[in-house]
Design a protein around this ligand. Structure first.
Ligand code: ADP
Length: 404
């Protein structure tokens, strides 16, 4: 079965094309600058060869037309005709309380997603544009929505509620939803596969550390807590997001700087985090380089980043009554030896003991980086959200076909 996975952002569409069940990536690429000057599609074939197509890509539908065009082109493509695409899986950021798992897209699903645009005004509208665009280009193709929030719908109420007037939860759905669920689900399942154990009997903490970052507590195979909340700003220090901050500081800054909600949102989402502290970059590689050259604010940014993750690991170990496996993933988690070491330092009391030599040599590949006799297995597991979306899509299409 060949599955196209789409991740539609406000001005871009990332895509990957898989062959299942052997999980082979056949092609991938990105459409960028949709609706702007200089829009283009960058396509990478199975053999790694890259091709660039520039054009007037005015909206998401045209972007998808470009993708379908290159996939089926005689020169650069990998299929003879579009009928070879069995289904399309979409990354959808917000599935609210309704979607506890991936779903075959139908009118009811679309209506619910339209409703949830209020909760994710930057993300759900482009996700929907992808669904609409594809439907108008190939009406017969089955589409599956895979939600970032779905994995966290198992959180208990005492973990997802905010201590604010209860009516605000009832009126507007103000609660913690969590994000990155597809990644936390993928790496925890993969780690159990590698260890030859059942997730059902494990206490796992997954640290997805990329530009966006979150930690998840997974007990007996389900998410019981995660650091992102009503929006992705809560929790860890991220590339340009503040993570946890005293609400009192937010309203104080709004008063002092005389800024409204939009500017405040930009301040805490785009100008804070590693960028805000370092003053030079939101990118961990650049910050590490500057810190190695003696930049004090970069050193501080790194210490703060590591410390926040460490605090979450401690609190999630407490929430679950222990920890068996600690997993690092995302660009920083998979590649930054020093971040992993900085986070794990001092956590020996929990049974976390890194093997420095293995940690130092593990970049971007599946590795157990704890000592042999460490009570907690510490692992690097590269995430693959697109593959997870493809696998979900295949499963749901097969279930649907069996029912029909
Ligand atoms: P996104 O959340 O956008 O998917 P990624 O998961 O790609 O982000 O992570 C990007 C982050 O990973 C950046 O801060 C980048 O500096 C960091 N990163 C990538 N490679 C390395 C590396 N070798 N060492 C340290 N940080 C790295």
């Amino acid at each position: 079965m060949k599955i196209l996975v789409l991740n539609c952002g406000s001005s871009s569409i990332k895509y990957q094309f898989f062959s299942l069940p052997n999980n082979t990536l056949i092609a991938k690429g990105i459409v960028e600058k949709i609706g702007m000057k200089g829009s283009f599609l960058k396509h990478e074939k199975e053999d790694g060869q890259k091709v660039l197509f520039e054009g007037e890509i005015l909206d998401h539908k045209i972007g998808i037309e470009y993708i379908l065009g290159v996939l089926s082109s005689a020169k650069h493509g990998c299929i003879k005709n579009l009928e070879e695409i069995s289904a399309v899986g979409h990354r959808v950021v917000h599935g609210g309380e309704l979607f506890t798992e991936s779903k075959l897209v139908n009118e009811d699903v679309i209506d619910a997603l339209e409703k949830y645009t209020e909760l994710a005004p930057l993300h759900n509208p482009p996700n929907l544009k992808g669904i609409y665009g594809l439907r108008s280009l190939i009406p017969s193709i089955p589409q599956v929505a895979v939600f970032d929030t779905a994995f966290h719908t198992t959180m208990p109420k005492h973990a997802y509620m905010y201590a604010i007037p209860y009516q605000l939860y009832q009126k507007y759905g103000i609660r913690r939803y969590g994000f990155h669920g597809t990644s936390h689900r993928f790496v925890s399942a993969r780690a159990c596969e590698i260890l030859g154990t059942q997730c059902k009997s494990m206490k796992i903490i997954t640290c997805h550390l990329g530009n966006g970052a979150s930690v998840c507590a997974i007990k007996d195979g389900v998410s019981v807590d995660t650091s992102m909340g009503f929006t992705p700003i809560e929790g860890l220090i991220m590339g340009s997001r503040s993570g946890d901050i005293d609400m009192g500081a937010v309203t104080f800054i709004m008063d002092k700087e005389k800024i409204g909600t939009k500017s405040t949102s930009v301040l805490f989402n785009k100008h804070s985090g590693l960028l805000g502290i370092s003053g030079i970059s939101s990118d961990m590689r650049e910050i590490s380089e500057a810190a190695n050259n003696g930049d004090e604010r970069c050193k501080l940014a790194i210490k703060m980043f590591d410390y926040r993750v460490k605090k979450y690991i401690g609190s999630y170990a407490a929430a679950m009554g222990g920890i068996d496996v600690l997993i690092f993933t995302g660009g920083i988690g998979e590649n930054s030896v020093t971040t992993r070491a900085g986070i794990c330092e001092g956590l020996e009391f929990l049974g976390i003991e890194l093997d420095d030599q293995i940690n130092n040599s593990s970049r971007g590949k599946e590795t157990i980086i704890s000592k042999n006799d460490s009570r907690v297995k510490v692992m690097v597991v590269p995430t693959n959200e697109e593959l997870m979306i493809a696998i979900d899509t295949q499963r749901i299409i097969e279930e649907h076909n069996n029912l029909c």
